[in-house]
Design a protein around this ligand. Structure first.
Ligand code: PHE
Length: 465
């Protein structure tokens, strides 16, 4: 079975595919407004610390577990724990993938619709009118047929790539889309900086305002570090399972983190330079992208082209992430149930699309979680990013600490590293400390969230912040 398993074609291909998973809506849509509203560079510093302290060890852990076992999460945990209950961490990953892709596919559809909307010159009528733009956006996402149509097209792209397999599908797609995202974002940054007043956007995003940083922004930075690196649901275990033993996991992980962070910063720069140059409202939050940007693109020279390019990279970033989510599910059915790639992809891609239909409808008239006072869309989003991913990540760290052992983890990490400049025992201690800190910190966030949910009282509020 091991010999027939597909492998990445090249190291560059793997790094592009894994960073394609990491770079997604989280980088272009979420990071810029979170940083803008939570202290600019002060938030970015905390976010980077979270990435290095919590993200890096878990990313390394997932890649090592995948490569060692050459299996997707359920099989991987099963193999390394001698068929014990740890396999449930793998199942949690498969379940998270199911939950995330259901709403991620809906937003993926919006990015497609907005790319074509921009291309057809549709933004022109929204120029300078955020109210009208907001109304058009809410009417679109709240209507029943249109967003579902786009969601299904997005999901078809996603299934089409996964059916083609690891090398020609996932890797081939990432090799085209990732460079395109980098080049187009570079052009957008250049355009933004050349606009008069654009540099004020840089100040907004990068000048540290420590007074705007509060405990809840720190919690937010931590949660986002997880989401943006695609951690906690076995994506990186699955991608790591297609690696051979020549790869240096450490440098690969650093590349993934650098590309992910760099693209988030580029996106922030492009967005805020344009927003400031045009005098739009930078604190529009989550609506910044779909509501505010369409009103200001028509005001800059060549606006239709820039608007189209912007939504096109958002679409590509969403797609390279969505395929990594679907691959977790597909790989489970191939590895554990012996299904063919076609059958697993079509059946589960289809079921997820169907759940996605209910997500989309929940933003309009038909909401199956109405009794909980939350849209089904938000319910799945919160369930996964606030609970499932952090719990999965913390359990992965605990698994390495208590079952697999940091020593064996290090042995796997050192394969592919030619010369080691640091004492092995010191490395073991560092890894141990980082994994303990990661699981504690994540545990704390989850308890905090649960407190907030159950008693409407978060720990930081109780501590008097
Ligand atoms: N990292 C992706 C983003 O930033 C989201 C994602 C989460 C992808 C979990 C895969 C797994 O949008």
């Amino acid at each position: 079975m091991k010999n027939s398993r597909e492998q990445w074609g090249s190291r560059l291909g793997f790094i592009l595919a894994a960073s394609g998973s990491a770079v997604g809506l989280g980088n272009i849509w979420k990071y810029p407004h979170m940083a803008g509203q939570n202290g600019g560079a002060a938030f970015t510093v905390v976010y980077l610390l979270c990435i290095l302290i919590v993200g890096l060890p878990i990313l390394l852990g997932e890649l090592a577990i995948g490569r060692k076992t050459q299996l997707s999460p359920v099989g991987a945990f099963n193999k390394l724990s001698n068929l014990s209950n740890w396999k449930w961490v793998g199942f949690l990953g498969v379940a998270s993938a199911f939950v995330i892709l259901s709403f991620y596919g809906v937003v993926g559809g919006w990015t497609l619709k907005y790319t074509l909307f921009a291309l057809s010159g549709g933004f022109d009528s929204l120029s300078g009118s955020p109210d009208l733009s907001g109304q058009i956006f809410s009417e679109f996402i709240g209507s029943s047929l249109q967003p579902i149509f786009w969601q299904l097209i997005f999901m078809s792209f996603c299934m089409g790539i996964i059916i083609k397999g690891v090398k020609s599908g996932i890797e081939g797609g990432a090799k085209i889309m990732m460079p395109l995202i980098l080049i187009i974002l570079g052009l957008l940054v250049f355009k933004g900086l050349s606009l008069e007043g654009g540099k004020k956007g840089l100040e907004f995003l990068f000048k540290p305002k420590f007074s705007d940083l509060n405990p809840s922004s720190i919690v937010m930075a931590l949660g986002h570090a997880f989401f943006t690196l695609s951690l906690g649901m076995g994506t990186m275990i699955t991608y790591g399972s297609y690696l051979d033993e020549k790869q240096n996991l450490f440098t690969s992980a650093i590349w993934i983190i650098l590309l992910d962070t760099f693209i988030a910063m580029l996106a922030g720069t492009a967005i805020f330079t344009i927003v400031f140059a045009m005098g739009a409202d930078p604190s529009a939050g989550a609506g910044l992208i779909f509501v505010v940007l369409p009103t200001i693109f028509p005001q800059i020279g060549g606006g239709a082209v820039w608007g189209t390019l912007f939504f096109f990279i958002l679409f590509m970033a969403a797609l390279t992430s969505a395929i990594s989510i679907l691959e977790v599910i597909t790989a489970y059915f191939i590895d554990e149930k012996g299904w063919s790639r076609n059958k697993a992809t079509l059946l589960f891609g289809g079921i997820i699309s169907l759940v996605g239909v209910f997500c989309s409808l929940s933003l309009g008239e038909f909401n199956i979680t109405a009794l909980l006072n939350i849209s089904f869309f938000d319910f799945l989003d919160e369930l996964s990013s606030k609970y499932m991913l952090p719990i999965g990540g913390a359990l992965t760290a605990l698994f390495i600490l208590s079952k697999w052992s940091v020593k064996t983890f290090l042995v796997e990490l050192l394969i592919g590293i030619k010369e080691l400049k640091i004492e092995k025992s010191l490395l073991i201690s560092i890894l141990q400390i980082l994994l303990i800190v990661s699981s504690l910190v994540v545990g704390l966030i989850i308890i905090n969230e649960l407190f907030d949910l159950l008693f409407n009282q978060s720990l930081q509020k109780m501590a008097g912040f």
